[in-house]
Design a protein around this ligand. Structure first.
Ligand code: SRM
Ligand code: SF4
Length: 572
């Protein structure tokens, strides 16, 4: 299908971002030129749009905005850099590279993201090239970490637990490679590669075409009973079906997503729908055809209506299945039974197949940094220096020191002890099941604090849990600074979404295994009202819950909120 056809499919005019993409000559634009400009630390908006495809966003330190404006200085412009790592698997050498570049070019911290990748904050324009080159030299990439393409492919990060996990991880890597943009712009701009314009070779983008996708696209692979990747939040979710200890294939789920806009009922979070089953070998073709359907039919006029979930909901899932079948030339088989138990992480040591050991560390909100009384970053650097296995970033922002040999275990244990690195068991189960997005001061879209506030709020909720004997009760809590949903709050049993400084919307009733959306309980409330509400809810839950009943299920049964079956009822 031609690019012009794609852009004129909708009668409404296409958005300006579509023009930027089409004019960019496969993501080049004037990026090289504006990176050289020493007069400002910023880049123009058009180039910033293109930067996203290269894995970076321009930001400014919002804590410094007022002060700098008083001093008549331009905002403290800096860049966030996101590094892709399919399934969150990285080597100790790659960890050490991230540690080094965060100190050399970033703000000296590393952020583990909710999609199992890394983020650096605070990189200055003049250091971008050096930073990206170091990432590339360590065999990781920032290409397609952001932008209107397929993003980091998520995968249950425990390949050690069985051969099936390793096989599922293999498919995650294959999907990631297959859907990677082919443009040579990345090499030209960041790695001083040969210019396509100078060579005889024509630029090609066989899956995406010149205008790429209408919006970002996300894939995640889950291995039941763990739904740690929140498979129903993905544009394309793949649920491993294990039969007789072997990977039989995947159930295919389509059209999930978390983002919405406050007060706009046309936008909503949605859970992906299971449409059938495929064998492992069919998975690449299914993903490719799904991406091309979204490329051809996604909304290119209104960006907040451009995600695949709206393409599916507007046209119907039956339409999608029929379009997919026609593009594949064959149909999916009937979905097979599966069951999820939770979407959290298990902490501490576990011995896996092959006799290797794995230790899951609790990393509060994924932030790796040194504090006076907790030298997390230095401790992990020391471990990476002697570790011969790998590291696995989890979808819950935690970290597994994986594939430790019995011979090395003692040394790693000693370092864990020396630096006091924690498996989280000294905290409440609520804190261990918590997740917050980055928000302030770097995120330009944040309406309220998140990463910097949730730990403090938890400190005030923990006494309420203790009073009610619930300190060890696994309750999933998530917070975001705005309704974009970066910590997948709509799938938590209890969540808070920023509305304004110090104000949040409170949601209840998500499923414990991430299978059901939650619902708005109270709007625009501050800390006092949050704690008052939780005092009532937690004491009622402690007294009246059924055996084994999860908090999210209880809030529905007790009538605090209504169950949400589909995102289209989220605002009802
Ligand atoms: Fe996100 C935009 C951070 C996972 C939905 N997200 C952003 C930006 C880049 C803000 C911006 O556009 O200016 C944030 C940068 C903040 C900062 O200072 O670092 C940001 N998103 C993150 C991360 C770092 C949150 C975290 O605490 O870990 C996650 C990085 C993931 C990665 O490694 O690739 C992150 N974002 C998510 C997720 C969760 C997921 O993918 O599993 C979602 C919800 C799932 C989904 O996509 O539906 C998510 N982010 C968004 C959206 C809303 C998209 C939509 O459908 O409307 C935006 C805004 C946008 O795209 O316009 C956004
Ligand atoms: Fe920023 Fe909003 Fe995402 Fe939080 S949810 S990181 S505030 S875009």
């Amino acid at each position: 299908m031609s690019e012009n056809h794609l852009l004129s499919k909708n009668s409404a005019p296409h958005s300006d971002v579509e023009d930027i993409k089409i004019r960019s000559n496969y993501l080049r634009g004037k990026l090289e030129e504006v990176l050289e400009d020493r007069i400002t630390a910023s880049i123009p908006e058009d180039e910033n749009r293109l930067m996203k495809f290269h894995g970076s966003y321009m930001q400014d330190d919002r804590d410094l905005r007022n002060e700098r404006s008083k001093q008549k200085l331009e905002p403290a412009y800096q860049f966030m850099l996101r590094v892709r790592a399919p399934g969150g698997v990285v080597t100790p050498a790659q960890w050490l590279m991230m540690d080094r570049i965060s100190k050399a070019y970033g703000n000296g911290t590393i952020r583990l993201t909710t999609r199992q990748s890394f983020q650096l904050h605070g990189v200055l324009k003049w250091n971008m090239k050096k930073t990206i080159r170091e990432v590339h030299d360590s065999l990781l990439t920032t290409l397609a970490a952001c932008g209107d393409v397929n993003r980091n492919v998520m995968c249950n990060p425990n390949p050690h637990q069985s051969d099936v996990h390793a096989e599922v991880y293999h498919w995650a890597c294959r999907l990631s490679e297959h859907l990677e943009p082919q443009t040579k712009a990345y090499h030209e701009i960041w790695l001083d590669g040969e210019k396509v314009l100078d060579s005889q070779e024509a630029e090609q983008e066989p899956i995406y075409g010149k205008v790429y996708l209408p919006r970002k696209f996300k894939i995640g692979l889950a291995v039941p009973p763990s739904n740690d990747v929140d498979v129903f939040s993905q544009d394309l979710g793949l649920i491993a079906i294990v039969e007789n200890g072997k990977l039989a294939g995947f159930n295919v789920a389509v059209g999930g997503g978390m983002g919405m806009t406050h007060g706009d009922p046309l936008t909503y979070p949605q859970v992906a729908k299971v449409i059938g089953f495929c064998t492992p070998e069919q998975v690449i073709e299914i993903a490719e055809k799904t991406v091309t359907i979204q490329r051809d039919y996604g909304d290119r006029s209104v960006r907040k209506h451009a995600r695949f979930k709206y393409t599916i909901d507007d046209r119907g899932v039956e339409w999608f299945v029929s379009e997919l079948t026609s593009r594949l030339g064959w149909g999916l088989a009937e979905a097979r039974p599966y069951s999820f138990e939770d979407h959290g992480d298990r902490y501490g040591w576990v011995k896996g197949t092959g006799g290797k050991w794995h230790f899951t560390l609790f990393i509060e909100n994924g932030r790796i940094k040194d504090e006076q009384d907790y030298q997390l970053m230095t401790g992990l650097q020391a471990i990476a220096e002697i570790h011969t296995g790998d590291f696995r970033l989890t979808a819950n922002q935690n970290l597994i020191i994986a594939n430790v040999t019995t011979a090395k275990k003692k040394k790693i244990e000693a370092l864990i002890g020396e630096y006091g690195l924690t498996d989280g068991l000294r905290y409440s189960a609520l804190r261990r099941n918590s997740m917050a997005c980055v928000a302030l001061p770097t995120c330009g879209l944040a309406m309220a604090e998140s990463e910097r506030y949730l730990p403090e709020l938890l400190g005030k909720i923990e006494p309420l849990l203790a009073e009610n004997g619930l300190s060890e009760e696994n309750i999933v809590i998530r917070m975001t600074g705005c309704p974009n949903g970066c910590a997948r709050p709509a799938l938590a049993e209890l969540s808070f979404i920023g509305k304004g400084p110090g104000k949040y919307n409170m949601y209840l009733g998500g499923g414990f295994a991430g299978e059901r959306l939650n619902k708005l309980y109270k709007e625009n409330i501050g800390e006092g009202e949050i704690l008052d509400s939780l005092r009532v809810l937690l004491s009622h839950y402690a007294k009246d819950r059924n055996p084994e009943e999860h908090f999210g299920d209880f809030t529905i049964r007790a009538g605090y909120i209504q169950q949400v079956a589909s995102g289209q009822d989220f605002h009802a």
